[in-house]
Design a protein around this ligand. Sequence first.
Ligand SMILES: *Cc1c(COP(=O)(O)O)cnc(C)c1O
Length: 516
Amino acid sequence: MMRFRREPADVLDELAELRRRDAPTHGGRVLSYVYDSGVPELDELAADAARLVQPVNGLDPTTFGSVAAMEAGVVGFARRIFHGADAAPEPVVGSVTSGGTESCLLAVKTARDAWRSARAGTPRTPRIVAPVTVHAAFHKAAELLGVVLDLVPVEPTTGAPDVGDIESRLGDDVALVVVSAPSYPFATLDPVGDVAAITAPRGIALHVDACIGGFALAFWPDELPAWDFRVAGVTSLSADLHKYGYAPKGTSVLLTRGRDRQRHQYFATTAWPGYPVVNPTLAGSKPAGPLAAAWSIIEAIGVEGFTELTARAARATAALRTVVDGIEGLRVVGAPTGPLLAVAADEEVDAARRVDPHHWADAARRAGWQLQLQPGMVQPDGTLLPHTTHLTVTPVTESLLPDLTSALVAAADSVRGIPRVRGDELLDGLAAHLPAGAEGLAAASSSLDSDGAAALLRAFGLLGGGGDGGALPDQLAPVLTLVEALPGPLTERLLIELLARVVEPRDAPVGEEAEM
Ligand SMILES: *Cc1c(COP(=O)(O)O)cnc(C)c1O
């Protein structure tokens, strides 16, 4: 018999206590990160399914046939709803990945390697062309995979790219064009068909990033222009099961048109003395739990269930659009498609009646509703994208509409006319507290070590004295202003420091504790 150091029940109690301090994952009060179907039986099913395969290693579907069967089931469902089931002459095939980022990384790897193999001996670095609204996962992919990300500005009021702009970037070094269905920041359904019309004749691959919206758009109640494999020039598509597939975190699908193209996604080697390695995804050993959860949800509710859940989210999104349209001083950005939207200040009304979307989000948060603040940015062509507040709407939102509506209206009323936090003033104020003043701030971007970064974070009030990250500050609006005002590399360095210190151990490591 193993003697436990602590009773398992006590350990679980402690975990439950930690969980109580988390943001609520259910109930619809957090409008980002979490996707609540509002159907508790689905969460139970997912948990039971994950537990059944807990010891399985997803690395090898020949040893664990359940993994092969579930993956075939999930990919089969996805390619049916995304209209790739009968694709001819090239079949649509796919993989289940650990999430949207991995699907996007693999889409870029596949395109890069297909591009390279068609141009054996070409030393040039390939390029990816995408609207600036493309998910940050593609920035990561470009950095990790050694390709250049060429960003095309979008129209600031609608968030949509101009197809002519995209066309002007195309050339022989372009390995992939990426569009979103819809984009995360503004919920824009990019013009997939029009972009395919300029990529396909040139033989350029086209990826549709439907990570956030795919499993909702496929069942969307309104008629939409074709955005999936119905468009012949679409060569790959990513869609996250851990978003509108209502599965626990760790599942997404990447579908690719053509077996030969898709094989570039794989890594295989026999050049070591261990087992032959062949991986379609980035991990080696990997869990089967998220796959099992996603598979069982699909099996249980099917097209009919997804259609019903999507209808709830769609009704809630339409209702919230009407609510925001009715709030003086705010506006919905562009023409959002799918269960998400972004809200900006309405510049057409008098400054005294305008509502700053970040003050609005902070006020809503004080009332118990977490909306997501998005910074503004200067595009490559110098035009400005507004700072906004993002709402991801889930099926459960519909049941909360009366409360949410009054909270959003009251939050706007409480901050109307309060001007946005000014970046220059914020920086002047901070520089005054720093030993090297404003110059020190500018120099810091390039030469900051960990302790220097932590000292700056403390000066900004974002880090506690003991080095711990602690809780979020009371108001996020100034933090987002800071993100916009500081040089990008400095902000990125500070964010790394903040996140690293949040998880740094504060006690002695478990193994070194006295009473074993
Ligand atoms: C969420 C998302 C991703 C990245 O997905 P993760 O699951 O967070 O890794 C990629 N693209 C879009 C449009 C997304 O919304």
